[in-house]
Design a protein around this ligand. Structure first.
Ligand SMILES: NC(=O)c1ccc[n+]([C@@H]2O[C@H](COP(=O)([O-])OP(=O)(O)OC[C@H]3O[C@@H](n4cnc5c(N)ncnc54)[C@H](OP(=O)(O)O)[C@@H]3O)[C@@H](O)[C@H]2O)c1
Length: 248
């Protein structure tokens, strides 16, 4: 089964990451999945391995801990001897205004959305260079909040950073003569666990998701499948997706 391509996905225990895992399993990838919630990952892995006859490696990783990220990449190298795709999906935000927000919540947002994304990218590029002849594809889940500032706080700043990192990495890879591609998908409202965590309230999350038909995780997985499915000479840079009725 090692002749299948290998995709690593962060934040596969929920929402968009879980849908991307199922999408890439259906497209024939072996998977390396991480998040903190071990049980959720194990259940997803069992389902996908059975349904698609693929290999799935899962590891409980707190992306705020660099040592845990490095250990996940060691496990990927040991199990698969290579990596074709990294999807930097894990992310979060908190409604914590800049004039009175909590420092630790700002820090967690930047640690997961920005620093962990950079560490994972660096480690994935190492594997793609070591085993893959400098080929592969890295995909960031950004946000429409990386294209305009819908509300104050650290979340939008972190997603502007992701947008800058996408372009920075593209330039660096081209300067290096690498064949590795970098893409981003930037969604508006998607119905996941995100809004409850962001607002601190299930009720407020329901209000967001019930105002009009919002995007579903599968809509984002479809865009990821499209970006990854293009021939080697096509570099999809960023796909912006909004629910049709979202005006902001
Ligand atoms: N939902 C939206 O409206 C929306 C819109 C635009 C962009 N996005 C982006 O989409 C991505 C996925 O979010 P989602 O909507 O699917 O939200 P979600 O349902 O809350 O999923 C977030 C995922 O990130 C993981 N994660 C969070 N902190 C982590 C940590 N410290 N270590 C390891 N994993 C961590 C979670 O796993 P554990 O809790 O198990 O660790 C979970 O799997 C994020 O980058 C988000 O910014 C979402």
């Amino acid at each position: 089964m090692h002749n299948r391509p290998i995709a690593a996905i962060t934040g596969a225990s929920s929402g968009i990451g879980m849908a991307i895992a199922a999408q890439l399993a259906a497209q024939g990838y072996n998977l390396a999945l991480c998040a903190r919630r071990r049980q959720r990952l194990a259940e997803l892995a069992d389902t996908l391995a059975l349904q698609y006859e693929i290999e799935v490696l899962t590891q409980s990783v707190d992306l705020r801990q660099e040592a845990q990220i490095l250990s996940w990449f060691d496990a990927i190298a040991e199990r698969f001897q290579g990596l074709d795709v990294l999807v930097n999906n894990a992310g979060l935000g908190y409604q914590q205004p800049l004039t009175r927000g909590d420092t630790e919540k700002w820090r967690e947002t930047l640690d997961v959305n920005v620093i962990a994304l950079c560490i994972c990218t660096r480690e994935a590029v190492k594997l793609m260079r070591q085993w893959g002849d400098d080929q592969g594809h890295i995909l960031h889940i950004g946000s429409m909040s990386g294209h305009r500032v819908p509300s104050s706080g650290m979340y939008s700043a972190s997603k502007f950073a992701v947008r800058a990192l996408t372009e920075g990495l593209r330039k660096e890879l081209r300067a290096d003569g690498s064949a590795i591609r970098i893409s981003s998908v930037s969604p508006g409202f998607v119905e996941t666990e995100f809004a409850a965590k962001y607002s601190g309230s299930e009720e407020k999350a329901q209000q967001v998701y019930e105002q009009f038909p919002v995007l579903q995780p599968q809509d984002i997985a479809n865009a990821v499948g499209y970006a990854l499915g293009q021939p080697a000479h096509v570099q999809v840079h960023d796909i912006l997706l909004r629910p049709t009725q979202q005006s902001s």
